[in-house]
Structures are given as C-alpha cells and as structure tokens.
Design a protein around this ligand. Structure first.
Ligand code: 5CA
Length: 449
C-alpha cells in the first residue's frame, strides 16, 4: 500500500472526549470515527487490524473443532419469548417493529437463534458433539457506552455455542474453548487470564472471563501472579484428546473478578509474594448453562438407547472490536501504538526520506516490491513531506519495523531499520534489508506456535 493513495485521516490534537489512551490513539491514528454514542465506523487502518484479530479468532476456533456459520443481526421476538428472555433482557435490548408491527430486536447475543437452528436439523446423538460459531455485529443499549470501541453499543462478537449429550460432554466442549481462548489471546501478543466470573443474563453455574491486565480495565481482578507468565498450550495440542489436565492446571491457581471474591478471601488463598490485585479488560467470556435454553425450546436428540435427551449447551464469546483497544492498552508508548507483529496493520513501512530524488525513489520502490514478494505486509511512505512527520506517523500508527531509505545512506549502498518497540536501529546494505526484515518478522507472527 502506498501511503499517498491510502485513506489515513490522522488527528494532530488529542480529542478531548477520549479518556483512555487506546481511545485517544485510535482516533489520532485514524482508525475509527464515532458516528453516534457507542457507534463507530472502522476506517481503513483500524479495519485492517480488526481483520487480523478476526483471522486469529477464526483460526483458533476452527482448530478447536468449532464450525463457522452466519446468523442475522435482526431477530424475531417470538424466539426470545420461547426462552423467556424477551421480557427479562430489559432496556439493554434494542426493540424494533417492522412494517407489519411484528416485534423484532437487534440481537445482543444468539442463544435462542442457534438453538432454533439446532432443533431444526439435529436429531441424533451421533451428530454430537457440535459447536457452531459466528462473528457478527451485536447491539446492546449500554447504560454507559465509553472508551471508544472498548464498550460500545454496536460491537462485533465471536459467539460460539456447543451442544452435547450430557454434562460430561459439555465440560469437554467447555475445556476445548478454554484452551482455544488461551491460544487466541497469546497469538495477538496478549496475556488473557481466565478468571472465575459471574454469568449475568446469559445464565448457568460455570463461567470464566478472560482478562487482559491494564490500569484502565473496568473490572477489579485478584489473581495468583504465576498465571501471568504461564506458557499457553502449543499448536499441536490434541483437541480431540483429554484437555482436563491443562484446564485443571490453569484453574487450580486463584483468579477471580471482584464480583466473585473479596480481597480477604484472596489474601488468605494466595501466598504473599504472588498476590496480584489489578484491573482487567474482559476480552472473552465462556459459559456452561446446561439445559437453560434447550429445555424450554425443545432442543433434543435421540440418545443411544432410543430415548429423547435434552442437550447440554454452553456459549463462548470474544469481542474483536474490544480486543483492538485492549491490545493498544497493553502495548503503546509516549509516541503512539506499538503493534505486536501478528495484528499490526502493516508489518513494515518503507520510509522514503526524499520523494522526488531519483535514487531514493528507485531504492524505496525496489525494497517495497521485494518485501511484498517476500510476503511481508508492507506500507510505502511516499508522501512528499519532511522526515520528521514521516517518523512521527510511523511511530503513531505503530508499524513494528521502519525501513528508512534516504540519499545519505544510499551513497554507500546503505539503509536503516528501526525497531518500533525497542527503538534500536541497525544500518545494513540495501541487499540485506529484505532478508533481515523477514527474519525479524516471520517468527513474531505466532502462526506456527
Ligand atoms: N452469548 C454469550 C457468549 S457467546 C455472551 O454474550 N457473552 S458476553 O456478554 O460476555 O459477551 C461476550 C464478549 O463480547 C465479552 O467478553 C466482550 O469481549 C464482548 N463485549 C460485550 N459487550 C461489549 C461492548 N459493549 N462493547 C464491546 N465488546 C463487548
């Protein structure tokens, strides 16, 4: 991508309405634009990051055995009357009437609709276990939408729903998602820590929230600090095998939100030097709720003995549009965003310091083309403006590697690489640059670990 042809509306000033750093940086870096309270457009740079986040979510859902589909945003109220939630959900649900005065709603979640799909098509225990997921917009009329896309009214959710013959099967499904979540957040450069949590309006008696630790997090969390450095299960984890040793290992350590525990219990349960009381951003939430929806909605299968069995269900949410600011909260400095390579909008930017200078233009173009051919997601800063502004842009939008090309270095056949995160700089020959960048970038994609 050439920056001169891109759409990157940067802001010079920090917008006053933005209270937290991720919201400020997303606005300044031209990633999002507010359209109404809690409603945002994703501008090209933001959308590019969002898509990388989505891709990782999809890959890890698929790896764990979940199957993707797509359900509509606008739902019929009748389905929700069947489960009893139409009246329970309250003001957070956006209720709509169509031209025939039929009650509709903009889905805040999809338990009812997926249960309807299940009961229409699945009738035998032989078709279980089954886990279906989609990535779709949700609307919740939040009392306090705030912090940009961190808590918005319209937001993207990955929601998965598992169906099993009995509680034991449902627990295995829960553990598969638990492990998939550990891997998903790790691949984005985050530490997503599972915490015992309150199930709220989704219901059920077992639920874990996954939190990214950050000072600006909306939840109080108490945990054993060993959880923050625990290695996540590797890519070759067998999702058809027994995952309970991994699950037990993670859940045996103390971690709970302040809705589920109090400070005294925490202090008494965790040894002094491992007590970590912090703030967390909830990036995922998984639930086991048994037959809460399948029973009233008649989602049954024929069991091995020929008798009807009401299926056991769980649901599993991740918020991609919340993950983008969560990653920024976890990774920024005074100059801007510091993207982890795996979700960076571009992995490298070629900065042409002297647009219009034949040698600089030719070398920049050549490096840009070669990086593209080497599979690097690369941006070319070919704007006709001063070096200072170009460095500031590259720092602000957080591209992990800057390849700096200018007449002075080119006289000796040299270019410079700046590492965004460490600030380290290295001078190397024009010929060596592409190989060096690929060697730096490829292992940090975390797509083979
Ligand atoms: N049906 C279940 C799981 S599929 C469910 O709705 N769970 S949830 O309510 O916990 O939401 C799942 C995830 O969506 C949350 O963990 C969070 O990452 C994201 N999310 C929820 N509300 C918002 C919001 N207002 N803005 C942005 N993301 C949100």
């Amino acid at each position: 991508m050439r920056l001169s042809r891109y759409f990157l509306p940067l802001l010079k000033e920090t917008p006053k309405e933005a209270e937290i750093i991720s919201h400020q940086l997303m606005l300044r870096a031209g990633m999002i634009k507010q359209q109404a309270a809690g409603s945002y457009s994703w501008l090209p740079l933001g959308f590019k990051v969002l898509n990388k986040v989505i891709r990782i979510v999809e890959e890890e859902q698929n790896r764990s055995g979940a199957v993707q589909l797509l359900m509509p945003t606008v739902q019929s109220a009748d389905l929700w009357r069947e489960s009893g939630r139409y009246d329970d959900y309250g003001k957070e649900m956006l209720r709509i009437q169509d031209r025939h005065e039929r009650d509709m709603l903009f889905g805040p979640t999809n338990e009812e609709m997926i249960t309807d799909i299940f009961r229409t098509y699945v009738s035998s225990y032989k078709d279980l276990p089954l886990n279906l997921y989609h990535i779709q917009w949700k609307f919740r009329d939040e009392v306090r939408p705030r912090f940009g896309t961190m808590r918005s009214r319209e937001f993207l959710m990955k929601d998965a729903y598992s169906f099993d013959l009995d509680e034991a099967g449902a627990k295995r499904a829960f553990q598969r998602m638990f492990v998939a979540y550990l891997r998903t957040f790790y691949r984005m450069g985050l530490t997503g820590i599972p915490m015992r949590a309150d199930a709220g309006p989704i219901g059920g008696d077992m639920s874990y929230e996954f939190h990214v630790l950050a000072e600006t997090g909306e939840s109080g969390v108490f945990l054993d600090s060993d959880l923050a450095s625990k290695p996540v299960p590797p890519i070759d984890t067998d999702f058809s095998g027994d995952l309970s040793p991994i699950f037990d290992d993670w859940t045996s350590l103390f971690a709970a939100t302040d809705e589920m525990t109090d400070e005294a219990t925490f202090r008494a349960s965790v040894s002094g030097n491992k007590q970590l009381a912090a703030r967390g951003i909830e990036v995922g939430h998984i639930f086991y709720f048994g037959t809460k929806y399948s029973e009233p909605m008649g989602a049954k299968v024929t069991g091995p003995d020929g008798k009807d069995v009401v299926v056991h269900m769980g649901s599993y949410g991740i918020g991609p549009t919340r993950l983008v600011p969560a990653i920024i909260e976890a990774s920024h400095d005074e100059n801007g965003i510091v993207w982890p390579v795996s979700v960076a909008p571009f992995e490298a930017v070629v900065i042409n310091l002297k647009v219009g200078d034949g040698q600089s233009d030719a070398a920049s173009q050549r490096l840009y083309d070669e990086l593209g051919r080497a599979g690097i997601d690369v941006l070319l800063d070919d704007r006709d403006q001063g070096a200072g502004g170009k460095f500031a842009t590259a720092d602000l939008i957080g591209i992990p590697y800057q390849l700096i090309v200018g007449p002075r270095g080119l006289k000796d056949g040299q270019v410079e690489i700046k590492h965004r995160k460490s600030g380290e700089r290295e001078t190397l020959s024009l010929e060596a640059a592409v190989g060096r960048l690929a060697a730096l970038i490829v292992p940090q994609r975390r797509d083979t670990v």
